[in-house]
Design a protein around this ligand. Structure first.
Ligand SMILES: Cc1cc2nc3c(=O)[nH]c(=O)nc-3n(C[C@H](O)[C@H](O)[C@H](O)COP(=O)(O)O)c2cc1C
Length: 133
Protein backbone atom coordinates (compact mmCIF):
# COMPACT_ATOMS: atom_id res chain seq x y z
CA UNK A 1 0.00 0.00 0.00
CA UNK A 2 1.50 3.33 -0.99
CA UNK A 3 1.39 5.99 1.69
CA UNK A 4 0.84 9.61 0.84
CA UNK A 5 1.05 12.90 2.73
CA UNK A 6 -0.72 16.20 2.10
CA UNK A 7 0.05 19.26 4.21
CA UNK A 8 -1.72 22.58 3.84
CA UNK A 9 -2.20 25.88 5.57
CA UNK A 10 -5.44 27.88 5.48
CA UNK A 11 -7.17 30.85 7.09
CA UNK A 12 -10.29 30.60 9.25
CA UNK A 13 -13.14 32.56 7.62
CA UNK A 14 -14.65 33.49 10.97
CA UNK A 15 -14.01 33.19 14.68
CA UNK A 16 -13.41 29.59 15.83
CA UNK A 17 -13.61 28.87 19.55
CA UNK A 18 -11.45 26.27 21.26
CA UNK A 19 -14.57 24.12 21.64
CA UNK A 20 -15.45 24.35 17.95
CA UNK A 21 -11.89 23.59 17.00
CA UNK A 22 -11.79 20.51 19.22
CA UNK A 23 -15.08 19.39 17.63
CA UNK A 24 -13.63 19.77 14.11
CA UNK A 25 -10.60 17.72 15.15
CA UNK A 26 -12.61 15.00 16.87
CA UNK A 27 -14.97 14.69 13.92
CA UNK A 28 -12.06 14.56 11.49
CA UNK A 29 -10.32 11.90 13.58
CA UNK A 30 -13.42 9.69 13.62
CA UNK A 31 -14.02 10.02 9.88
CA UNK A 32 -10.38 9.64 8.89
CA UNK A 33 -9.87 6.53 10.98
CA UNK A 34 -12.31 4.62 8.77
CA UNK A 35 -9.97 5.23 5.81
CA UNK A 36 -6.74 4.62 7.72
CA UNK A 37 -5.88 8.31 7.47
CA UNK A 38 -4.08 9.98 10.38
CA UNK A 39 -2.21 13.25 10.82
CA UNK A 40 -2.35 16.46 12.75
CA UNK A 41 -4.51 19.55 12.90
CA UNK A 42 -3.12 22.75 14.35
CA UNK A 43 -5.12 25.90 14.88
CA UNK A 44 -3.66 29.10 16.21
CA UNK A 45 -6.80 31.27 16.31
CA UNK A 46 -6.33 32.52 12.73
CA UNK A 47 -4.86 29.72 10.68
CA UNK A 48 -5.17 26.00 10.29
CA UNK A 49 -2.25 23.77 9.45
CA UNK A 50 -3.17 20.18 8.73
CA UNK A 51 -1.33 17.04 7.73
CA UNK A 52 -3.18 14.06 6.27
CA UNK A 53 -1.34 10.76 5.95
CA UNK A 54 -2.50 7.40 4.68
CA UNK A 55 -3.47 5.55 1.50
CA UNK A 56 -3.15 7.93 -1.43
CA UNK A 57 -6.76 7.68 -2.68
CA UNK A 58 -8.19 8.34 0.77
CA UNK A 59 -5.84 11.25 1.52
CA UNK A 60 -6.69 12.94 -1.79
CA UNK A 61 -10.43 12.38 -1.36
CA UNK A 62 -10.43 13.81 2.18
CA UNK A 63 -8.31 16.78 1.12
CA UNK A 64 -10.73 17.61 -1.73
CA UNK A 65 -13.64 17.54 0.70
CA UNK A 66 -11.89 19.59 3.37
CA UNK A 67 -10.73 22.16 0.81
CA UNK A 68 -14.37 22.95 -0.03
CA UNK A 69 -15.28 23.62 3.64
CA UNK A 70 -16.52 27.20 4.07
CA UNK A 71 -14.99 27.50 7.52
CA UNK A 72 -11.61 28.19 5.96
CA UNK A 73 -10.18 29.66 2.76
CA UNK A 74 -6.89 30.79 1.23
CA UNK A 75 -5.72 27.19 1.28
CA UNK A 76 -2.10 26.73 0.30
CA UNK A 77 -0.79 23.22 -0.20
CA UNK A 78 2.66 22.91 1.30
CA UNK A 79 3.22 19.25 0.52
CA UNK A 80 1.69 16.56 -1.65
CA UNK A 81 4.02 13.59 -1.80
CA UNK A 82 4.53 9.89 -1.24
CA UNK A 83 5.99 8.95 2.14
CA UNK A 84 7.66 5.77 3.33
CA UNK A 85 6.26 5.94 6.85
CA UNK A 86 3.81 8.11 8.77
CA UNK A 87 5.44 11.10 10.42
CA UNK A 88 2.60 11.31 12.93
CA UNK A 89 1.76 7.98 14.49
CA UNK A 90 -1.57 9.11 15.82
CA UNK A 91 -3.90 12.04 15.42
CA UNK A 92 -2.93 15.07 17.44
CA UNK A 93 -4.52 18.42 18.10
CA UNK A 94 -3.19 21.74 19.26
CA UNK A 95 -4.78 25.17 19.52
CA UNK A 96 -4.07 28.51 21.09
CA UNK A 97 -5.54 28.60 24.59
CA UNK A 98 -5.84 32.27 25.60
CA UNK A 99 -5.47 31.30 29.26
CA UNK A 100 -2.05 29.80 28.64
CA UNK A 101 1.13 31.75 27.85
CA UNK A 102 1.91 31.94 24.11
CA UNK A 103 4.82 29.55 24.68
CA UNK A 104 2.38 26.79 25.72
CA UNK A 105 1.20 26.24 22.14
CA UNK A 106 4.76 26.01 20.92
CA UNK A 107 5.61 23.45 23.59
CA UNK A 108 2.53 21.41 22.74
CA UNK A 109 3.35 21.45 19.04
CA UNK A 110 6.96 20.46 19.71
CA UNK A 111 5.73 17.47 21.70
CA UNK A 112 3.29 16.40 18.97
CA UNK A 113 6.16 16.60 16.49
CA UNK A 114 8.40 14.20 18.39
CA UNK A 115 8.59 11.77 15.47
CA UNK A 116 8.29 14.22 12.59
CA UNK A 117 11.14 15.12 10.25
CA UNK A 118 13.00 18.46 10.44
CA UNK A 119 11.12 20.13 7.56
CA UNK A 120 7.72 19.27 9.06
CA UNK A 121 8.85 20.51 12.45
CA UNK A 122 9.89 23.82 10.91
CA UNK A 123 6.46 24.33 9.32
CA UNK A 124 4.61 23.66 12.55
CA UNK A 125 6.88 25.53 14.92
CA UNK A 126 6.66 28.52 12.57
CA UNK A 127 2.89 28.27 12.56
CA UNK A 128 2.73 28.20 16.35
CA UNK A 129 4.80 31.37 16.47
CA UNK A 130 3.02 33.41 13.83
CA UNK A 131 0.25 34.99 15.86
CA UNK A 132 -0.46 37.28 18.83
CA UNK A 133 1.39 39.98 16.93
C1 LIG B 1 -9.66 22.94 9.12
C2 LIG B 1 -10.56 21.79 8.85
C3 LIG B 1 -10.04 20.50 8.81
C4 LIG B 1 -10.86 19.41 8.55
N1 LIG B 1 -10.31 18.17 8.51
C5 LIG B 1 -11.09 17.10 8.20
C6 LIG B 1 -10.53 15.80 8.08
O1 LIG B 1 -9.34 15.59 8.28
N2 LIG B 1 -11.36 14.79 7.77
C7 LIG B 1 -12.69 14.97 7.55
O2 LIG B 1 -13.38 14.00 7.25
N3 LIG B 1 -13.24 16.18 7.66
C8 LIG B 1 -12.49 17.25 7.97
N4 LIG B 1 -13.06 18.50 8.08
C9 LIG B 1 -14.51 18.63 7.86
C10 LIG B 1 -14.83 18.57 6.39
O3 LIG B 1 -14.48 19.80 5.78
C11 LIG B 1 -16.33 18.31 6.19
O4 LIG B 1 -17.10 19.26 6.86
C12 LIG B 1 -16.72 16.96 6.70
O5 LIG B 1 -15.85 15.98 6.19
C13 LIG B 1 -18.16 16.60 6.32
O6 LIG B 1 -18.28 16.57 4.93
P1 LIG B 1 -19.67 16.26 4.27
O7 LIG B 1 -20.63 17.27 4.83
O8 LIG B 1 -19.44 16.42 2.80
O9 LIG B 1 -20.02 14.85 4.68
C14 LIG B 1 -12.25 19.61 8.34
C15 LIG B 1 -12.76 20.91 8.38
C16 LIG B 1 -11.94 22.00 8.63
C17 LIG B 1 -12.52 23.38 8.67
Amino acid sequence: MSLHQIMYISSATGPVSATQCAAIAKDAEDRNRVDGVTGLLLFNSKRFLQVLEGPRDAVERIYQRVARDGRHNAIVKLRDMPIEAREFGEWGMAYDDPFQPASALKDKVAKLLDHAGPSTRAHFIGSAEMHRG
